[in-house]
Design a protein around this ligand. Structure first.
Ligand code: NDP
Length: 232
């Protein structure tokens, strides 16, 4: 039976790698979303080698019109299958500490990293509930954990991921019929993670897929890419 995935922020980085790995499985129907499909040439090129089905849909996670428009398109693609895995991956960060945050940066980061996953999950919930697996993955970070000491840096980003973790918990307890997890992909070599990061994108993503496809028992938890439970 086919498994449907919708991933946000697929033009590059972890979202791109996730789509690449998912589209290499014949059982997967992958909806790769990004804000500028015309400029996402690497993502467009993945369609030629895809073994599973790959659809590219415009979705700027900070634009409500774009979110609502995407649902119409996605519903026509997935129909009664719904969405098995809704992967809120798109995210942004900023160099700052708690005493030099600019309000516009904090608001911009909260809008992308918290408001967007909240609204997208809400708008896509009927499609998630229609599916067999019913999983929402909120891509978080150990920077969002108070229990993992990451020091004073990336303050706005850390605040946003802590809020995303609480969103995850609230979604999980509000809807016991679905699975919702917060997932730390690990420090990975992407534009965000930088060249010194510990993991290659393919390493993080291969393990993320293992974790999310066996997450039914983990709703309301904060896990890392290798399945370890992280402190909030
Ligand atoms: P990148 O900066 O490499 O990629 C970010 C992706 O998000 C891009 O595809 C970007 O699209 C997309 N994006 C940003 N804003 C929007 C928007 N408004 N609408 C749609 N897409 C958007 O980051 P990573 O791939 O490294 O990060 C992916 C996720 O993993 C993030 O949530 C991040 O916080 C998290 N994470 C990453 C870690 C790492 O070490 N890499 C560690 C911990 C967590 P565009 O090309 O259009 O800008």
């Amino acid at each position: 039976m086919s498994v449907t995935w919708l991933v946000t922020g697929c033009s590059r980085g972890l979202g791109f790698e996730l789509v690449k790995q998912l589209a290499s499985e014949s059982s997967n129907i992958v909806i790769a979303t990004c804000r500028n499909p015309d400029r996402a040439t690497a993502l467009q090129d993945l369609r030629y080698g895809a073994i599973g089905m790959l659809h590219i849909v415009q979705l700027d996670v900070t634009d409500e019109e774009s979110i609502y428009a995407s649902v119409q398109i996605v519903e026509d693609i997935v129909k009664e299958k719904g969405i098995d895995y809704l992967y809120n991956n798109a995210g942004i960060d900023n160099e700052d500490n708690a005493f030099n945050i600019k309000s516009e940066d904090l608001l911009r980061i909260l809008r992308t990293n918290v408001v967007a996953p909240a609204l997208i999950s809400q708008v896509y919930l009927p499609l998630v509930e229609r599916s067999a697996r019913k999983v929402i993955v909120n891509v978080s970070s150990s920077f969002g954990s108070i229990g993992v000491d990451k020091g004073p840096y990336l303050a706005a980003y850390s605040i946003s991921k802590a809020a995303l973790n609480m969103l995850t918990y609230k979604q999980a307890v509000a809807k016991p019929n679905i699975t919702v997890i917060a997932l730390d992909p690990g420090w990975t070599k992407t534009d965000m993670g930088g060249p010194s990061a510990a993991l290659e994108p393919h390493e993080s993503v291969a393990q993320q897929i293992q974790v999310v496809t066996s997450a039914a028992k983990d709703s309301g938890r904060f896990l890392n890419y290798s399945g370890r439970i992280l402190p909030w």
